[in-house]
Design a protein around this ligand. Sequence first.
Ligand code: HEC
Ligand code: HEC
Ligand code: HEC
Ligand code: HEC
Ligand code: HEC
Length: 285
Amino acid sequence: MSRPRSIADRAGPAIVALALASLQATAADGGKGCADCHPRQAAAFERSAMARAAVTPAFTAERADAADPRRCLRCHAPGGGRGVACGDCHGSGPHPFPPLEQPAVCARCHDAPGENTVRSFLDSPAFAAGLRCSDCHAVADGGFNHHFRGARSGDLLRDAATLRAFLRSEGDRTLATVTIRHRAGHAMPGGTTGRAVWLRISGRDEGGRERLDRRWRFGWNRDREGRWHDRTLPPGRPVAIELPLPSAAGIRHLTIELTYRFRPGPLDTPDPDAVILDRMEIELP
Ligand code: HEC
Ligand code: HEC
Ligand code: HEC
Ligand code: HEC
Ligand code: HEC
């Protein structure tokens, strides 16, 4: 490719003024001027959580308590600035940049301790089928788009996980088997930091009184010594939970609910963004 021309060669003075004005409002290119010539990509990336990864209230608060706050920027804003920028994925060599290798370019930041998004992706049906990270996270209107949406974009979670339940009698008790399957391209939840999938099985008797309330959390757990434990739902393999229903409780009605949550803490902690992934109601004989 020929050397990229300066923006003044490409456009008249009026457009230059306009482009410069918009450039000032765009920190997503890390001040490298990429937005001058790639305004569509810059505008899309500007909307992503990555572009402001170093200025969110959650990050600022957590970083203030960190033992080594400088380390945080290695992934949240390697070039300084408000967050991840163009060069953090495309590199800093001469323009034009070589095609990106996925998922290697993402692994640098997305396999942090307490996270296995990229490693579990390599073991997923999505990877075996030839999908890349961007095929699920960076598409709009059928084409590639730099918005890199996450779980907060509700449609990524639509039909992302499903429940099945079987009941069987064993002697005088009933066993419930609940199976969870999901379609994320990696362990679910992807990422770390409080994201969790919760399974709740509750039961009521004939009078509508609650007689059973069991909860399971799938995600990363941090123990008191600060070690991380992987309790995520693996990709491509269903997870089954077996629960004997206490026969003395007289349970007539079961509710099984699977919820995606963004906040750490127990299921009762309010989370305005929580999404119900699937729900079943079962009447018992
Ligand atoms: C002066 C204009 C200009 C600037 C500034 C500029 N680019 Fe480009 N870029 C282009 C043009 C024109 C192409 C198309 C080249 C082609 O298709 O051969 C391109 C292509 C690309 C490609 C695709 C490469 C390929 O061959 O697939 C990437 C990625 C890219 N630019 C990233 C960047 C980044 C990141 C920056 C900032 C560091 C940047 N560009 C700055 C004009 C520019
Ligand atoms: C190895 C790379 C890496 C390092 C180092 C790192 N992070 Fe992160 N961080 C990430 C990634 C990737 C995510 C997004 C993953 C996800 O979806 O939860 C993230 C997410 C977060 C979030 C959650 C944002 C949200 O909206 O939920 C906070 C807060 C955060 N990091 C704080 C920190 C702090 C504070 C430090 C330094 C002590 C730090 N991080 C160091 C990679 C890193
Ligand atoms: C999180 C990683 C990441 C960041 C940050 C990023 N890109 Fe990209 N970019 C990609 C990926 C992945 C592709 C390749 C898509 C494909 O293979 O089809 C790409 C493709 C491109 C292309 C060629 C395809 C197209 O959309 O026309 C251009 C130009 C480009 N990026 C510019 C930029 C600019 C400018 C920025 C900063 C504003 C930026 N990128 C930030 C990941 C990134
Ligand atoms: C330089 C480090 C870095 C690189 C490289 C990187 N990411 Fe990220 N990514 C982050 C951080 C930090 C966050 C957390 C942003 C936040 O929530 O504040 C994040 C968040 C995300 C999210 C969640 C967005 C949301 O709305 O919650 C997705 C999806 C994502 N990245 C995909 C990718 C993909 C795909 C690649 C490779 C093409 C990639 N990232 C490369 C650091 C990086
Ligand atoms: C088959 C589609 C698919 C592929 C491929 C895929 N993902 Fe995901 N990803 C999802 C879905 C669905 C979710 C939401 C559920 C969850 O958290 O697992 C998600 C969640 C995430 C999150 C958490 C976002 C948040 O808001 O906290 C990150 C980070 C992420 N993916 C990164 C990646 C990276 C990096 C790759 C490539 C190594 C990748 N994903 C490949 C579908 C996919």
